[in-house]
Design a protein around this ligand. Structure first.
Ligand code: APR
Ligand code: PHB
Length: 390
């Protein structure tokens, strides 16, 4: 008998949600996390949930605080030329909404639920290594005090993010990487000020900007900045004046500024590694793919991968391998849908080095067409709120 059915590497949203769903489905599992619990909770991440994500969390019994504290968005708003604002009403067009609820809170909810059900979690597990993943009796080892501890299992779920060990355990000859780096980053701040009531993206000659929220007294803002900058190049005054300059007056007049309580610069990247299964190893979330944050898809893709993967493992233990055999193919269909959409929206809204006046006008024309065409808005909304699960 192996020590557990599924060894889960990584306790981010992907790993913890998988553990939660497997426990609910009666599949034994252990979670190994390299960092401390507090370290994971202190990471500031994105915060817009697709409705499929909201429903997955609710169905799993994880929706109570989200429903009490989250903010429902009916629309996505895009400003350009410093004057026009297009509001794409996803609720009117498709009957679907989004939820603003920070990943930090989801992480807290997942750990709390783990405590309640007595989930087996090992924090600060150093030196995690995967073994025999090309067999049906794989194992995971990690450094434990005096020696090395080994957990044998039926399957390993690699939920250890972009810099984890799982993906790298697949021989390079057995996988294909698709990679794209963007020549800029996002400088993000949190401030304890009332946010705009809407989610607002802006295309501007000075560069992209985004206004988002966490709670009624916590705002999240971003401006496009070169990755050669550091946060020290962006004192609060410079950040606010640059943000306001990139928004139409009708919106910038409504922004309440204040001291930042967090500031960071993050690169933008598109990346997919195929396949998402190799032998008894299954990848989920950032371990297999990264999208630029422009479409707010990173966390949502982690949730849809885990939806497919938990279903596959649970069905396996009742004798049905249909979903396990198709996991990679099924997950990748949704991943590529989001990868394409995030790339397109990033390309549409940012200012690229060497962008010519022609390129700028072409972006503005695409936005004008989006504003004029309900067909175009429906296509946009369908992808923003998230393609349905299979
Ligand atoms: N051993 C054990 N744990 C590891 C290892 C390792 N070698 N390497 C990384 N980890 C842990 C990280 O410390 C982290 O807690 O794996 C976890 C991965 O979590 P995330 O990076 O949050 O990735 P994921 O769970 O796939 O979440 C998807 O959505 O919005 C995006 O990037 C955002 O985190 C977000 C993601
Ligand atoms: C955020 O609130 O952090 C956020 C919102 C929308 C995005 C990306 C990030 O596209």
């Amino acid at each position: 008998m192996p020590d557990t059915s599924v060894a889960i590497v990584g306790s981010g949203p992907a790993g913890m949600l998988l553990s939660h769903l497997l426990d609910a489905g009666g599949v034994d599992n252990v979670v190994l996390e390299r960092q401390s619990r507090q370290y994971v909770l202190d990471r500031i991440r994105a915060g817009v949930l697709e409705w499929g994500t909201v429903e997955t969390l609710r169905d799993a019994g994880l929706g109570t605080r989200m429903d009490a504290e989250g903010h429902v968005h009916d629309s996505i708003n895009i400003a350009w030329r410093g004057q026009d604002v297009l509001s794409i009403d996803t609720n009117r067009l498709l009957g679907k909404q989004m939820m603003a609820y920070g990943q930090t809170k989801i992480q807290e909810d997942l750990y709390d639920a783990g405590d309640v059900r007595g989930a087996r979690m090992v924090f600060e597990a150093d030196g995690v290594r995967l073994h025999d993943i090309d067999t049906d009796r794989p194992s995971v080892t990690f450094d434990a005090g005096a020696g090395t501890e080994r957990i044998t299992c039926d399957f390993i779920a690699g939920c250890d993010g972009f810099h984890g060990v799982s993906r790298e355990s697949i021989p390079t000859s057995a996988r294909t990487e698709y990679d794209k780096e963007y020549p800029f980053g996002w400088l993000g701040i949190l401030s304890e000020t009332p946010p705009l009531p809407i989610l607002l993206y802006a295309n501007h000659e000075r560069g992209f900007a985004l206004c988002s929220m966490r709670t009624p007294m916590l705002s999240r803002y971003y401006v496009q900045a070169p990755m050669t900058d550091t946060v020290d190049d962006w004192p609060d005054d410079r950040f606010w004046s640059e943000l306001l300059a990139r928004l139409p007056r009708s919106q910038s007049d409504r922004i309440v500024t204040g001291p930042s309580i967090e500031k960071s610069l993050a690169p933008l990247r598109s990346y997919v590694s195929e396949p998402m299964r190799w032998g008894s190893l299954f990848l989920a979330g950032d371990a297999a793919h990264i999208v630029p944050p422009t479409g707010a898809k990173g966390l949502n893709l982690a949730v849809s991968d885990v939806h497919y993967l938990s279903r596959a493992f649970i069905a396996h233990y009742s004798g049905d391998d249909r979903y396990l055999d198709r996991y990679s193919e099924m997950a990748l269909r949704r991943v590529w849908g989001a990868a394409r959409f995030s790339w397109w929206l990033t390309t549409l809204l940012h200012r690229f080095p060497h962008q010519t006046p022609f390129d700028q006008r072409a972006q503005e024309q695409e936005l004008s067409h989006l504003a004029a065409s309900e067909h175009a808005q429906r296509a946009f909304a369908e992808q923003y709120v998230g393609l349905p699960y299979e």
